[in-house]
Design a protein around this ligand. Structure first.
Ligand code: 5AD
Ligand code: FES
Length: 348
């Protein structure tokens, strides 16, 4: 047996590799090793989740952001971004449409926008919680204080998504302005877990300067954190950012990492991300077949969709929520899977 397959077996058996082993596995991966990995990944996926794919309705409620991450299209310095905020009523309307379409998780995602104060956010969460007691509320609002996270949890939020982006401090500084740090980001994640959120982290694949050693650190950090969800997608350049001319991440490496995550932590909720669907017309289907089990279509009103442009050529910006649901249904059925009407909690 060749080396990558041995390492895949070891990972499956022990759920851990050393940093050197991770690097060797990533650097020496082959098509054959990937096929071997994906079959194992699908076995675990079927054991815990069957061929059921969970959906999350994503509501991108503000594209104002006080941060200036070098890769992101809605960074503060991008003067060309057309900024918007949804009102509480608009957000609730998205939920109403989403509920009718079969969504039982709403993800409120936005830039770090001070207009949405603690009290305003709590009111929104509370209103959704009251109207939709059978739905999960996921927040993706960036870095906040532990106290803020705690109060939002008490207001009714169940889950929180905060990608660590890269676990390596030096790489973190290549992707972010100096006021942001990997240490702070990781602390937020530990806080979220401790408070009781189902917690999601993740990173971009192929972000500028990324090495196999840094990916090894990402995987080791995830092993240690043991989050409930991990979102990974290829880095895709945005034309109005300092990384405009940088190369995008690849489908191939993203899929390989999805497979590795599935066998490292078999119960993980793993989305086949929109970024993956953006760089490959069948990227999301390929993601599911590599071990992913979640899709996150957009519920934002169509007139703001294009404005939440984190990267170029983002898909589904012109489609109604209902169209995306139907489209994804068809896509999942084409590979023998099905979208389900379910909160889609982490399998205990
Ligand atoms: N390419 C791919 N993903 C990106 N994100 C932000 N900008 C980009 C980009 N240019 C991802 C980040 C963030 C998530 C909401 O979107 O990982 O956490
Ligand atoms: Fe949006 Fe296909 S998922 S159009």
């Amino acid at each position: 047996m060749d080396k990558p397959k041995q390492l895949i077996d070891k990972l499956e058996e022990t759920s851990r590799l050393t940093k050197e082993e991770w690097i060797a596995l990533i650097e020496n991966r082959s098509e054959e090793a990937a096929e071997y990995l994906f079959e194992k990944a699908r076995n675990w996926q079927h054991q815990y989740y069957g061929k059921r794919v969970y959906t999350r309705g994503l509501i991108e409620f503000t594209n104002y952001c006080k941060n200036d991450c070098f890769y992101c299209g809605i960074r503060r310095s991008n003067q060309n971004a057309d900024r918007y905020r949804l009102t509480r009523e608009q957000i609730l309307e998205c939920c109403q449409i989403g509920y009718g379409l079969g969504f039982r998780t709403f993800v409120l995602q936005g830039g770090e926008d001070g207009w949405f104060t603690q009290v305003r956010l709590e009111k929104i969460v509370h209103a959704i919680r009251e109207r939709y007691p059978d739905c999960a509320i996921t927040l993706s609002l960036g870095e906040r204080s532990r106290e803020s996270y705690r109060r939002l949890f008490e207001a009714g939020a169940d889950r929180y998504l905060l990608r660590h982006e890269t676990a390596d401090e030096e790489h973190y500084r290549q992707l972010h302005p100096q006021e942001l740090s990997a240490a702070r980001r990781k602390q937020c994640l530990w806080d979220l877990k401790e408070i009781g959120y189902q917690t999601g982290t993740g990173f971009m694949v192929g972000s500028p300067g990324q090495t196999a050693a840094q990916l090894a650190e990402d995987l080791m950090f995830i092993r240690k954190l043991e989050p409930h969800m991990v979102g990974i997608g290829p880095f895709v350049a945005h034309h109005d950012t300092p990384f405009a001319a940088e190369k995008c991440g690849t489908v191939e490496l993203t899929l390989f990492l999805i497979g590795l995550l599935r066998i490292m932590l078999p119960k993980l909720l793993l989305p086949a991300t929109t970024a993956l669907g953006t760089i490959d017309a069948r990227g999301r289907e390929k993601g599911i077949l590599a071990g992913a089990n979640v899709v996150m279509p957009n519920l934002s009103p169509t007139d703001v969709r294009k404005k939440y442009e984190l990267y170029d050529n983002k898909i589904c910006t012109g489609d109604e929520a209902a169209e995306c649901r139907t489209c994804l249904n068809r896509r999942m059925e084409s590979i023998g899977y099905q979208l389900v009407v379910d909160r889609g909690d982490f399998c205990q």
